[in-house]
Design a protein around this ligand. Structure first.
Ligand SMILES: NC(=O)c1ccc[n+]([C@@H]2O[C@H](COP(=O)([O-])OP(=O)(O)OC[C@H]3O[C@@H](n4cnc5c(N)ncnc54)[C@H](O)[C@@H]3O)[C@@H](O)[C@H]2O)c1
Length: 234
């Protein structure tokens, strides 16, 4: 199977984790092959779009049989860069950072939380989620040890006012992938990827959809929709 990930659109890439989650659920139930229709329903996208997405990966399925669940999961994982475990570091060990470090679920998705940092001397030195909390001054040395390939993903869980400073420190230490929970736009140099998790925006979008749904004759529709996938531009 050949694929050229460079040619994948952002919208396709955004849907791949959803396909992967659906495939993992099928695999856990011992299902070995799946039709595009079923995988589409489980992923909350339409089947034509799914088939097109997967054809970009070089996966076409077999007529009458569908896709081999394991092979497709491996292929999607590979395209997403999940073939090897990625080290994750957390900056800001308050409520959110603490909860993320304690959460064991990342390991099953190919992510290993390997270090955490805070600037508060009262928090530095504590043990959270089985890890010592390091000071920000230790960032370069610790990163070189826990992510020697330079492939760490950093999670920023600081207050908004200090997120840019934390991002600057991370970039200086060589980090090029950042997941930002702070409700603020981060300026980073070209070649650094930032994804933002903004719960307030998500709540606002749900409020907007609820207002329009409730304004429809008959109120709420009987079929629910997964806005997390349907909002993705195609
Ligand atoms: N708590 C939640 O449920 C939640 C949900 C969504 C988003 N958020 C966002 O996540 C962020 C963290 O929220 P929280 O409730 O955990 O905050 P918090 O105040 O409990 O913790 C923030 C931590 O960041 C540390 N910190 C501050 N500046 C730093 C810096 N420059 N470098 C390293 N560490 C630094 C602080 O010492 C503190 O330990 C906020 O931006 C918040 O808006 C929180």
């Amino acid at each position: 199977m050949t694929h050229e990930p460079d040619r994948l659109s952002d919208a396709t890439v955004l849907r791949l984790p959803t396909y992967l989650r659906a495939l993992a659920e099928l695999e856990a139930r011992g299902v070995t092959s799946v039709s595009s229709e079923e995988l589409a329903v489980r992923s909350g996208v339409n089947s034509a779009k799914l088939r097109k997405d997967l054809s970009h990966l070089g996966s076409y399925g077999v007529r009458g049989v569908g896709y081999d669940v394991r092979v497709l999961a491996d292929e999607v994982s590979k395209v997403l860069g999940l073939a090897q475990v990625r080290p994750v570091v957390i900056v800001g060990m308050g409520h959110l950072g603490h909860a993320l470090a304690d959460f064991g679920g990342f390991a099953t998705k190919g992510f290993d939380v390997v270090a955490c940092f805070d600037r508060d001397p009262d928090i530095v030195g504590r043990r959270i989620g089985g890890l010592d909390v390091h000071s920000m001054a230790e960032l370069p040395q610790v990163l070189a040890r826990v992510a020697p390939r330079g492939d760490a993903i950093a999670v920023i869980a600081t207050p908004a006012a200090s997120a840019q400073g934390a991002a600057d420190d991370l970039v200086l230490a060589g980090v090029r992938s950042v997941l930002n929970f702070a409700p603020v736009h981060l300026a980073v140099p070209q070649g650094t990827d930032v994804r933002k998790v903004d719960l307030s925006t998500e709540l606002q979008l749900l409020a907007f959809h609820a207002m329009h749904r409730d304004a429809l004759p008959g109120g709420a529709s009987s079929a629910g929709s997964d806005l997390s996938t349907s909002e993705v531009p195609s």
